[in-house]
Design a protein around this ligand. Structure first.
Ligand code: ZN
Ligand code: ZN
Length: 295
């Protein structure tokens, strides 16, 4: 065995590994030591190795004998996490009662601990690097509230990180008053923005059809009533995409639809404006077609 094979073995195991997982298939302890010395591997704590491109947050969590948790784990799982928190600290799970071994007090943190620590009891399988999907979602609900939870949940459902039984288990573990969020969640939301929009409009008793195919226009994000289209653009639509959007809007208008086009900044940072635009449109019955469209 060689340093190269030690690095390869860590990569095969997903980028982080325990010594026991590496030694079993034949990696030598001295190869691990050499790999660390040469900067080819990191050793965030005794008995755990990681590739050098591992995120600083994960290295930090591992160094506490913990795992990334909550929103940090959600990102690691690939869930859409609403980015509305200025606190950029890593959320780290450590065993209940475990005192983190390293508490770096950064002057920028004004005396706060270096991580946001979670110490709840695990409810699903723990990987070496992160908490399980159900525990992650429960932590997000407690730590960041229902909107961040709901958007993360729909993103997890879309990516099939949760199957039917996982969803039922999550529902049983969520406090009773929030179970409707699990029932209300869909697995076809195209983006976190869509999830937020649907949840926020639901509060006003406004229901919307999502991902509606309109002949001659294409698939639109939402339709309120029968003719008010709302598009929630995730990225910036520039160049040819921008032109395509205009063509869609014109084609929709020719059919009797009105389009309200929103983007990330508007939905996240200027919701009051978006809300008043939608409520005003609904109050003026712009979502009801005089022509009585039967699409
Ligand atoms: Zn948290
Ligand atoms: Zn920390």
């Amino acid at each position: 065995m060689s340093v190269e094979s030690a690095v390869e073995a860590v990569r095969t195991l997903g980028g982080t590994a325990r010594t026991s997982q590496l030694v079993r298939p034949g990696v030598g302890r001295s190869d691990l030591t050499h790999a660390v010395r040469e900067g080819r591997l990191l050793r965030p704590r005794n008995g755990v190795y990681a590739l050098p491109d591992t995120t600083p947050g994960l290295i930090e969590a591992l160094s506490h004998r913990g795992r990334v948790a909550c929103v940090s784990a959600g990102r690691a799982w690939g869930m859409w996490i609403l980015d509305d928190d200025e606190d950029e600290r890593t959320h780290t799970w450590v065993r209940p009662g475990h005192h983190p071994t390293r508490l770096v007090i950064d002057p920028d943190l004004e005396g706060k601990p270096c991580c946001v620590f979670h110490r709840d009891i695990p409810v699903d399988d723990l990987a070496l690097d992160r908490v399980g999907v159900i525990q992650c979602l429960l932590q997000i609900l407690r730590c960041r509230g229902r909107e961040v939870f709901f958007a993360a949940l729909e993103s997890a459902l879309r990516q099939r990180l949760l199957d039917r039984s996982g969803r039922e288990r999550l529902r049983s573990l969520v406090p009773e008053g929030w179970r409707w969020l699990v029932d209300f969640a869909r697995s076809d939301a195209d983006s976190g923005l869509e999830s937020l929009l649907r949840l926020r409009l639901h509060r006003h008793g406004i229901s919307v059809a999502s991902q509606v195919e309109i002949p001659g226009v294409g698939r639109v994000d939402f339709v309120l009533g029968d003719c008010l289209i709302i598009e929630a653009d995730g990225g910036t639509h520039d160049g040819p995409a921008r032109h395509r959007d205009r063509v869609r809007d014109a084609a929709a208008m020719a059919l009797g639809f009105v389009t309200l086009r929103l983007d990330y900044t508007l939905i996240i940072h200027d919701w009051e404006l978006v809300e008043s635009a939608i409520l005003a449109a609904v109050a003026r019955n712009l979502h009801r077609s005089i022509a009585g469209l039967t699409w």
